[in-house]
Design a binder for this molecule. Structure first.
Ligand SMILES: [Fe+2]
Ligand SMILES: [Fe+2]
Length: 306
């Protein structure tokens, strides 16, 4: 069984449909980038039933950044589920940061129990790096390489355990690092191995999942699919802002939760809101000027001013 749902969760706006808003890489605390956090979060309650946050919530993992974010999240008005990102680990104060967010009502996932909201199960981990497919780093040679690879394997195992506990018909996965190469395309090829790991894709093949959200690849690609055909969304804030400059900077995906006559839930995403956000010609993140640096380089002009 997953963690019980939230007692205070308001009704879904459309019976039988759960709308999930997702965004990552808010990087709260990084100066001179993007709209104020209230502008990012303001339209969520109107457009969605659940908010998913895909890591790098803060820029340095400073508890004060966490408190600023918590104050903004307190007025969102829908349940919030989150995973942390690598930036949230920078100050080595993850327990305090997690506590601050939890006290603001955010369900911070890191494997273990999943959470159920409006009949949809949410499982999440931060994930880790290591690369993709046949070029992925293997556990061979120096001990430090084995430890590096083991970290990605353990993140994947935590996700698998979490998914195994869910009994919902609908399942959504939150990550910070990407599970596939497809959604990091657009970043410099040299940093692909730092942006995700194919090991995170393995649980998404073993368990039925309806949608996967991740961040971290600020200059990647909006959508991709696992080898099993599950849709993967890169919801990095800066990517969304560049791709859809006239829309709220989060992705909305709708899932049907009502059962059909035969008792089986229709295992297909309803993407009315998502269709609204289809990539426009000439607007893909990969078309952005090459001089815009990646967040992974640590030199980006990003992010959100508060
Ligand atoms: Fe980031
Ligand atoms: Fe990141």
């Amino acid at each position: 069984m997953g963690r019980p749902g939230l007692d205070w969760a308001p009704m879904v706006k459309t019976p039988g449909v759960v709308r999930i808003a997702a965004v990552g890489d808010i990087h709260l605390g990084r100066a001179a980038y993007g709209p104020p956090i209230q502008t990012v979060l303001g339209p969520v309650a109107e457009l969605a039933d659940v908010l998913v946050l895909c890591g790098d919530l803060t820029d340095r993992g400073d508890p004060e950044e966490g408190r600023q974010l918590a104050r903004a999240l307190a007025s969102v008005g829908v349940p919030i589920v989150a995973v942390l990102g690598n930036h949230d680990y920078e100050s080595a104060k993850v327990p305090e940061l997690s506590r601050i967010l939890c006290e603001a009502g955010v369900q911070v996932l890191d494997g273990g129990d999943a959470v159920e909201i409006h009949g949809v199960g949410f499982a999440g981990v931060k994930g880790f790096a290591g690369g993709f497919g046949r070029r992925a780093l293997g556990p061979w040679g120096e001990e430090i390489i084995k430890l590096f690879v083991r970290e990605a394997v353990e993140e994947a195992l935590k996700l698998e355990t979490s998914l195994s506990k869910l009994r919902t018909d609908r399942r959504v996965v939150l990550l910070h690092y990407s599970p596939i190469a497809g959604t990091v395309e657009g970043e410099p090829k040299e940093i692909y191995p730092y942006l995700g790991s194919s090991r995170l894709e393995e649980p998404l093949i073993r368990y039925p999942v309806d949608a996967v959200f991740h961040g971290h690849a600020h200059h990647g690609t909006l959508e991709g699919k696992t080898v099993g055909g599950v849709k993967v969304y890169n919801v990095s804030l800066s990517l969304l802002q560049r791709s859809f400059p006239d829309q709220p900077p989060f992705r909305v995906v709708e899932l049907r939760t009502e059962r059909r006559e035969g008792g089986e839930v229709e295992r297909r995403q309803e993407r009315e809101s998502d269709r609204r956000a289809e990539p426009q010609p000439g607007r893909r993140a990969t078309d952005q000027p090459a001089e815009v640096p990646s967040e992974s380089s640590g030199r980006g002009p990003l992010h959100l001013s508060t």
